[in-house]
Write a protein of this length. Structure first.
Length: 196
């Protein structure tokens, strides 16, 4: 059942006849209702579903945090940061062929933008079990500024959990600590990026 509380030209939520309506990113969307017929599961379709599943296993760790909206700003694109991140992972970081598709973590982007990345970045575990990120201050290189905020991320594949901070440090501080002592003993993949 669909509802149109503002009349025929107003917002439509639900389904009325061959039309369904919903709200996305603050906009009202109308579209032709989905067909109830089942699609054939071709090899190409099965491979695409597997790619989406592998990506979702990673991005789900960041769901409902708003992280990708900050780390993948729109720059005029439509959609959500979550969708832009998933697209980047699918296009850049998937390896193998169906049914053995996997993520290559060194190829994953957890942020995208016009600022230069970190130079000589390292990530080590300190005595407390937290991850210590360090990098060379490259202020003045291209659009890099001393006050650029560091994005530090650790993903634990065995736990399918992510820990991150979008305000742990600035570019000029050349060091950041990410609180991960609760994950002690688990292998982590790490990234660092910057935003204004």
């Amino acid at each position: 059942m669909g509802k149109s509380p503002e009349g025929i030209l107003g917002v439509l939520t639900g389904r009325i006849g061959p039309v369904s309506g919903y709200r996305r990113n603050g906009q009202n969307i109308l579209r032709v209702a989905h067909s109830r017929t089942q699609s054939k599961n071709t090899p190409a379709r099965a491979a695409q579903r597997e790619k989406i599943k592998v990506c979702n296993d990673f991005t789900r760790a960041f769901a409902a945090t708003g992280f990708f909206n900050k780390s993948f700003p729109s720059y005029g694109d439509t959609g959500t940061g979550y969708n832009r991140a998933t697209s980047a992972i699918m296009n850049l970081a998937l390896t193998g062929s169906f049914p053995h598709i996997a993520i290559s973590y060194p190829l994953v982007l957890v942020s995208r933008g016009p600022l230069p990345g970190a130079e000589n970045a390292t990530a080590t575990v300190n005595e407390e079990g937290n991850i210590l990120f360090s990098w060379t201050d490259n202020t003045g290189t291209g659009t890099a500024k001393a006050k650029d905020r560091a994005i530090v991320v650790a993903y634990f594949p065995g736990l399918k959990q992510a820990v991150f901070s979008v305000s742990a440090a600035t570019r000029s501080s050349h060091i950041a600590v990410l609180q991960t002592n609760d994950m002690r003993g688990h292998c982590a993949e790490t990234w660092i990026g910057f935003f204004k």
